[in-house]
Design a protein around this ligand. Structure first.
Ligand code: ADP
Ligand code: ZN
Length: 645
């Protein structure tokens, strides 16, 4: 029998998955669906698992790999991701390793030796490594060889990478389709967070898993608070937001590489340390940023969507969209990188007047190379149509006045009964007003301008500006000149934006973004219809408002217990010291959720500490004393100077 799972004496009967859940991972309960999936795979079944980011996919293959004899082979697309997962497993006392092109020859040999001797419970491999003939024949040998424990399972993480429909297609994933046929007796489990049904079916077909049961967990992420504010002086809005969240880690997504550098530079100049990340940076710099972020040495990364899959950090507390994402799918996936540990997290979207138009032209102009600098390619008109449709759904969401969660989950086909109580529209319902008259003014002004001018000029005419352009065109003689002078420019901008997004006006992107009326505008223009719009919201929540809200949210997750914030900070500092000493990310030691529970329950004994979610046997042995001491208020409890912030 291989020397499995370090924990407890080696007995004839393998430990149950439930016992391992508690002893190794320190969790008392399964999350929804985890148990069913684990039991199914333990019994040798294939599975296709669809769970939101942070839902807890890893356990679905890690536990069966521990229970079943032999090593579980885990396919993961990014080497950096493998390393973090292996670190986290080792910290919990599991025998895990990674095998990929980054290993030195000696290390690679040692890893293979542990695989052959049956000492490994989990081996993470890159797809291109796994599918080489030499590696496959090695696995066949292990599977068929006498005395060996064989292969526990194959797990394919980020399985959507196999589909060209998905947004992360990786050619090296395609070969994985052969696995199912090559190893008939070994269960294959594929996991992804990509929801869209087309991609889902494609992935299953390509991996020969069409007959495997499909587990779809609810997509709700209740701990994430969704907020959309109107973009005005976005840099200032971002600074206010960051000022209110000192010491917290987060990601700011921008649409272009250039913008990430600009924003990161300006934040740094304002004393808010941040680094840029995009695919155009040298590999070494990208790795440096990613590692520093993983270790809590760098708190804010301003990035393009290239900063994504490798982010396994569980204590990302916020995701800001500085620019409009291209689809609700990307938005949901990106915001989903916050709060994986189940603690309160925030998703802030700054939504500006011109944003939809910019994304629109990026989609249409994809042939000139996208924002991520992919090589130029001819855009398939059907693809463009699909993307534009997705964009308009995104705009509809950003502009919506109803519960954000209801809108998001509804988009993914999961009805949700609003209100959720944890999004901006639920917490602070938007103020609306009768916009009929103002809308008529704006629409008729567009008409008088012969549908040949852009937003800025329309507003100038409405407000009676005496600009040179107005005088030159004689627009001061129009009947709509100055009829909206008593209304602010900001108000007009917000109104016109809403008219565009509700389909009364279009912006002709190909022709200097001039405004045109649509057929829908007629009844409104002729007074046959009324229109209710939202008052613009531009304020981001300040620190004080948020802290109060957070405390109650945290307490809710802890059955009414109050988190001792000062103790929480001390525990966080201790975690950072321990993690640095071991050169692993802080969350590998304990998650924020675990620290918060410690700071609420204040365990005094080892037995009490074991009751805290996330504390298993190995971590108790390794870290128990240090944490108990700080909780008891002993040595180290006041030494905050080593905290990174
Ligand atoms: P995913 O891969 O689906 O994005 P992970 O497997 O990384 O998510 O899990 C996200 C977080 O949830 C991790 O911090 C993990 O430790 C935690 N988690 C997973 N399952 C449980 C559970 N049953 N109880 C408590 N926490 C859990
Ligand atoms: Zn809501």
């Amino acid at each position: 029998m291989p020397s499995s799972h370090v924990i407890g004496p080696v007995t004839a009967a393998p430990p149950s998955a439930r016992a391992l859940l508690r002893d190794v991972f320190g969790f008392r309960e399964y999350r929804p669906d985890q148990e069913e999936i684990v039991e199914h795979v333990v019994a040798g079944g294939d599975a296709f698992v669809l769970m939101p980011t942070g839902g807890g996919k890893s356990l679905c293959y890690q536990l069966p790999a521990l229970v079943r004899p032999g090593a579980g082979i885990i396919v993961s697309p990014l080497i950096s991701l493998m390393k973090d997962q292996v670190d986290a497993l080792q910290a919990a006392g599991v025998s895990a390793a990674a095998y990929n092109s980054s290993l030195e020859a000696g290390e690679a040999r040692r890893t293979l030796a542990t695989l052959h001797s049956g000492e490994l419970d989990l081996l993470y491999v890159a797809p291109e490594t796994l599918m080489t003939e030499s590696f496959l024949s090695r696995l066949h040998e292990i599977q068929e060889g006498a005395g060996g424990a064989g292969i526990a399972l194959f797990a394919i993480d980020e399985a959507h990478c196999v589909s060209q429909w998905g947004h992360d297609f990786r050619p090296e994933y395609v070969q994985l389709g052969r696995l199912r046929g090559l190893f008939p007796g070994v269960p294959v489990i594929a996991c992804t967070a990509t929801a869209d049904p087309q991609t889902r079916d494609d992935v299953r077909a390509r991996l020969s898993l069409s007959d495997a049961p499909c587990y779809v967990t609810g997509f709700d992420r209740p701990n994430i608070r969704y907020t959309v504010v109107e973009k005005r002086e976005p840099l200032h809005q971002l600074k206010v937001f960051l000022d209110g969240r000192p010491g917290e880690a987060g990601i700011v997504y921008c649409l272009s590489r250039k913008r990430t550098e600009e924003v990161a530079g300006k934040l740094a100049a304002a004393g808010l340390p941040a680094a840029a990340y995009h695919a155009g940076l040298p590999a070494g710099e990208r790795r440096r940023v990613q590692d520093a972020f993983a270790r809590d040495d760098l708190l804010v990364v301003v990035a393009t969507v290239a900063f994504g899959m490798g982010i396994d950090k569980s204590n990302v507390r916020f995701v800001v969209h500085f620019d409009l994402p291209k689809s609700i799918e990307s938005y949901y996936q990106e915001t989903g990188r916050s709060g994986r540990d189940g603690m309160p997290a925030e998703a802030l979207l700054l939504f500006g007047l011109g944003d939809a138009a910019v994304v629109h032209s990026l989609i249409e102009g994809g042939g000139r190379g996208g924002a991520n600098g992919e090589p130029g390619y001819e855009r398939d008109p059907e693809q463009v149509r699909v993307e534009l449709h997705k964009l308009s759904s995104m705009v509809g969401y950003a502009d919506g006045l109803t519960c954000r969660r209801e809108a998001l989950l509804g988009y993914f086909g999961e009805p949700y009964p609003a209100p959720c109580g944890n999004c901006d529209t639920c917490l602070e319902p938007p103020e609306t007003y009768d916009a009929t008259e103002h809308a008529q003014m704006a629409l008729s002004c567009v008409y008088r301008l012969r549908q040949s001018f852009g937003i800025a000029h329309v507003i100038d005419v409405l407000r009676g500006s005496e600009s040179e352009k107005i005088l030159r065109f004689g627009h001061d003689r129009l009947s709509t000149y100055g009829i909206g002078a008593n209304v602010s420019r900001d108000h007009w901008q917000s109104l016109i934006r809403q008219l565009i997004h509700r389909g009364y006006l279009t912006q002709d992107i190909a022709r200097f973004s001039v405004l045109k009326l649509t057929a829908k505008a007629q009844p409104l223009l002729h007074g046959e219809e009324a229109l209710v719009l939202a008052k613009p919201r531009t304020r981001v929540a300040t620190k004080k408002q948020r802290k109060a809200a957070d405390r109650s949210a945290r307490a809710a997750g802890l059955a009414g217990l109050e988190v001792d914030e000062a103790l929480f900070e001390r525990l966080r500092a201790l975690r950072k010291r321990l993690a640095d000493a071991q050169r692993v990310p802080a969350y590998v030691v304990f998650s924020d959720a675990t620290l918060a529970e410690m700071a609420a329950r204040k365990p005094a004994t080892e037995a009490d500490l074991l009751e805290v979610g996330g504390v298993g046997q190995t971590k108790l042995e390794r870290y128990g004393d240090a944490f108990l001491e700080v909780i008891a208020g002993g040595e180290g409890s006041g030494s905050d100077e080593s905290a990174p912030y």
